[in-house]
Design a protein around this ligand. Structure first.
Ligand code: GLC
Length: 568
């Protein structure tokens, strides 16, 4: 017998009112969709996505069934790091639109029942930021220099960097400035590109400025902030040498004198007080690449931020035992601080999971296409697993279309700054940033208004078949799988809520767990092996990542690399 999938018609979302979420933490089980503004929708045909484009696609996101949208930076920026180099934190870059467009976007989203989270980049500014420009212009005596990390160089004539830190994008983390008289001057610290000088968070003006920026966007009505490099703001006293350590891991998984210093937490406590002044439960989400989930939990203590991405989970390969372990450790680590776990599989900095899982294990930066079909099958299964876990989950634009990473972009179109610096280890991030295919048979596939028009990165020809239009209504498509999954999740309180999973026995290479709620129980079965596996059917099939599920005389056939949701 083949069981049919559940009716997934979805209750309509209600508009977000100013006091919404007053009784329950809406973020605790929210599904949040990351929009990368450059690559989502281009309204004016210049090849670059923009805010009016995003606004026009909000109904798509509402219908997809997500709760909130996180927007990567759209602020005034010279775009040395795709907008993560901010020149004015209170202005929209003209390439993305205007403040009026941002206001309209926030209002429309709320009308549609979607919350809006914006990106905040407090570790560094652009080198074009007014403060940094003045600090350079006014010379070594300028008090503005203390808002950044300026230091004299080592060596006889100051020709060597002040310490041995390296930039995450490759090369030294220091660049020598030129004094107003044209002679070589002090060096300044930049953990990322030279165009991204690090702020000195011990300077009170920096802290004041960011509290004011928070209020600016909260007054605009945003529901929260994703905090870029949240683990980097405070540097160890005296900026000590690392001393012969290996190259840095991606965004700092190692213990380093500039990452995950205890002093950062005071900053988040002060921000939490501001967030709590506003109605509607505004949240803070830490991008904190820490060595362990336990260290990540420090960012979401009750008086700090609300969520922190679980990058240990993102970095786990498609392997039952490894997944079970990271799930257990994650839930155990978050429980003492009473914070939800924040699951994530893809974002704008890592190879898309459809490509990672089609390659042998190799971390989050993969440069080969691998086995596309295998990768997609596992990606679909991995997503259903993630959406069955207690806590919040982040989706990255295009994963609902099953998009692979574009691994063969020609070097001349690449824009990732780390690609241009020596062996930057995440220098291939352009591959996950290629604009979204919406419709039609000719590039940019509805990303821009005109067929044959530009897109800032070229899209592969096969993407016509992966467009939203091509997948809509096809029950086998990844888009319809995501729509069904989010609808079932909304209708099934045992998904997402709580903080427990109960593991059940199952064959090797599989995972089976139960989730309970007062409204009923739910079982998730995951087969990470490349073979079919037989298992006693735990209940009625709600959804499967691999089409319909064969159940014969109480025995279910779990397809290779698949996840099934069961109502029990
Ligand atoms: C964060 C962003 C990444 C950026 C870096 C520097 O990790 O996600 O895209 O390059 O910070 O701002």
């Amino acid at each position: 017998m083949t069981q049919n999938l559940a009716d997934t018609s979805r209750p309509a979302a209600a508009p977000i009112a100013a006091n919404a979420g007053a009784t329950r933490g809406w973020w605790r089980d929210a599904v949040i969709y990351q929009v990368y503004p450059r690559s989502f929708a281009d309204s004016n045909g210049d090849g670059m996505g923009d805010l009016p484009g995003i606004r026009s696609r909000l109904p798509y996101l509402r219908d997809l069934g997500v709760d909130a949208v996180w927007l990567s930076p759209f602020y005034a920026s010279p775009q040395a790091d795709a907008g993560y180099d901010v020149a004015d934190y209170r202005a929209v870059d003209p390439m993305f639109g205007s403040l009026l467009d941002a206001d309209a976007l926030i209002r429309d989203a709320h009308q549609l029942g979607l919350r809006i989270i914006v990106d905040l980049v407090p570790n560094h500014s652009s080198d074009q930021h007014e403060w940094f420009q003045r600090a350079l212009r006014d010379g070594p005596a300028s008090p503005l220099r203390d808002r950044y990390h300026f230091r004299p160089g080592k060596g006889e004539n100051g020709e060597l960097p002040p310490n041995d830190w390296e930039s995450i994008f490759g090369g030294p983390a220091w660049t020598r400035s030129t004094d107003p008289d044209g002679t070589p001057g002090d060096w300044y610290l930049h953990l990322f590109a030279p165009e991204q000088p690090d702020f000195n968070w011990e300077n009170a003006a920096v802290a004041d400025e960011f509290r004011s920026i928070l209020r600016f966007w909260l007054d605009m009505g945003v529901d929260g902030f994703r905090i870029d490099v949240a683990h980097g703001l405070v540097k160890a006293q005296g900026l000590p040498d690392i001393g012969g350590s290996d190259q840095l891991k991606l965004l700092g998984n190692d213990v380093m004198p500039f990452f995950d210093q205890d002093g950062v937490h005071e900053i988040y406590r002060s921000w939490r007080r501001i967030l709590d002044e506003y109605p509607g439960q505004r949240i803070g989400v830490a991008e904190a690449w820490t060595p362990t989930v336990q260290r990540t939990a420090n960012y979401v203590r009750p008086d700090e931020l609300h969520q922190a991405f679980n990058f240990q989970y993102l970095g786990t390969y498609w392997d039952a035992a490894a997944l079970r372990e990271v799930i257990d450790v994650s839930l155990d680590s978050m429980r003492p601080v009473d914070a939800p776990t924040t699951w994530v599989l893809s974002n704008h900095d890592v190879t898309r999971h459809a490509t990672r899982f089609g390659n042998p294990p190799g971390g989050t930066q993969i440069r080969t296409a691998g086995d596309r079909e295998l990768g997609l099958r596992r990606a679909r299964a991995a997503t259903l697993l993630m959406l069955a876990l207690p806590g919040s989950a982040y989706l990255y634009q295009g994963e609902e279309l099953g998009l692979p990473d574009v691994t063969d972009l020609p070097d001349e179109v690449r824009q990732d700054p780390s690609f241009f610096r020596q062996a930057g280890q995440d220098g291939f991030r352009d591959g996950c940033r290629v604009p979204i295919p919406w419709s039609g048979t000719e590039a940019p596939y509805g990303f821009g208004p005109t067929a044959g028009g530009p897109s800032w990165l070229p899209q592969p020809a096969e993407w016509a078949e992966l467009s939203v239009e091509a997948q809509t209504g096809d029950p086998t498509s990844t888009l319809e799988l995501y729509r069904s999954a989010l609808a079932v999740r909304r209708a099934t309180p045992a998904l997402g809520a709580g903080s427990e999973v109960t593991w059940l026995d199952g064959p090797e290479g599989t995972l089976t767990f139960r989730r309970d709620s007062v409204e009923g129980s739910f079982v998730c079965t995951v087969n990470t092996t490349g073979e079919q596996v037989l298992l006693g059917a735990p209940g009625r099939v709600l959804l499967s990542s691999a089409g319909s599920v064969e159940v014969n005389a109480g025995e279910a056939v779990l397809e290779a690399d698949s996840t099934v949701w069961w109502a029990v």
